[in-house]
Design a protein around this ligand. Structure first.
Ligand SMILES: Nc1ncnc2c1ncn2[C@@H]1O[C@H](COP(=O)(O)OP(=O)(O)OP(=O)(O)O)[C@@H](O)[C@H]1O
Ligand SMILES: [Mg+2]
Length: 291
């Protein structure tokens, strides 16, 4: 069932990018939950928050007043005005009310490249930058050391513009996230075209993103909720075969955990969605450790 990640860079671990042209399909939920769960299992993880909505950063305890003034972000790294390390903060989970240091507890093993709403301008800025499409690939290669991370996850905006192309350039594995409805599956077709274009445009460089996985988020428990949900999953399986990951079912715990700023493995460790995300991680090559 598992798909071997393509060989990518001498020292970089698999770089998973969560993408779809369609929005609200579970990209951030998957990125944050997999990152937190893998870190709890003893893997060293870097999560790149490349989305202007900064939902991954919020989910990991970084928003508004909790961010020190002048702190470098992913936007500064993109512009080349900060090094990766300067913009990395520990992923955190909330332990009490407030925005101070004591409101959050770091999650050992989980680093976050801090998001920034200024990424709204990224598509325009990337045209002007000398490193352009290579900004993240270069930052990861130059500013991480061999063995520093076991896995890198990139949370993307719902767009296939220039910023997303640059994220594909940095990635080895693309995970297409969908809801079990046809609109989101159509978004994956467009994503496949974009990946093919990147492979062709950057053929002379070490750029090889592959759509290795498809993740159905918000799957429905039973057919009675609507036959279209099951039909979409069937279509996805026909199109993507064993690239379809174990599904994540709809659960109220997901929006609850977001609101609480406690990643799911902290909000509800023994829950069904956590078990489902564990199954996903296992297929991605990161089985449960620490007992
Ligand atoms: N398994 C689930 N069960 C219930 N709600 C879910 C589930 N997965 C995601 N959601 C909810 O759906 C919404 C979108 O999820 P999420 O933010 O992860 O998607 P996204 O693809 O990152 O969205 P965007 O395109 O805006 O970045 C959120 O409100 C989230 O709480
Ligand atoms: Mg998101």
């Amino acid at each position: 069932m598992s798909v071997t990640p393509p060989l990518y860079s001498p020292h970089l671990p698999p770089v998973f990018v969560l993408m779809n042209r369609a929005g609200s399909v579970g990209k951030t939920t998957c990125a944050v939950t997999c990152a937190a769960l893998a870190a709890l299992d003893g893997y060293r993880v870097l999560l790149v928050d490349a989305d202007l909505q900064t939902d991954a950063s919020f989910s990991l305890g970084w928003e508004g007043d909790s961010i020190p003034a002048g702190k470098a972000t992913v936007h500064d790294v993109m512009l080349g005005t900060a090094k990766l390390d300067d913009a990395v903060v520990p992923g955190r989970t909330r332990i009490q009310a407030g925005t101070g240091e004591d409101a959050f507890q770091p999650i050992p093993g989980l680093d976050l490249l801090l998001g920034d709403t200024a990424m709204a301008q990224a598509d325009g800025e990337l045209v002007q930058e000398a490193t352009g499409a290579f900004w993240l690939q270069r930052a990861l290669r130059r500013h991480t050391v061999p063995g520093q991370y076991d896995m890198i996850l990139i949370d993307c905006p719902a767009s296939l513009g220039r910023l997303s192309v640059s994220l594909l350039v940095a990635a080895s594995n693309v995970i297409a996230c969908i809801k079990p409805t046809h609109k989101e599956l159509r978004g994956v077709a467009k994503l496949l075209e974009t990946i093919a274009a990147v492979q062709e445009d950057f053929a002379d460089f070490d750029v090889r993103p592959e759509l290795t996985h498809l993740l159905v988020c918000e799957a429905r428990q039973s057919r009675s909720e609507g036959a279209v949900y099951k039909e979409t999953v069937d279509s996805a399986r026909e199109m993507f075969g064993d690239r379809v990951l174990p599904m994540i079912h709809r659960s109220v715990l997901v929006p609850e955990a977001y609101k609480a700023q406690e990643p799911l493995p902290f909000w509800s460790p023994q829950s069904r969605p956590v078990a489902e995300f564990r199954a996903v991680l296992s297929v991605l090559g990161f089985p449960k450790r620490n007992g």
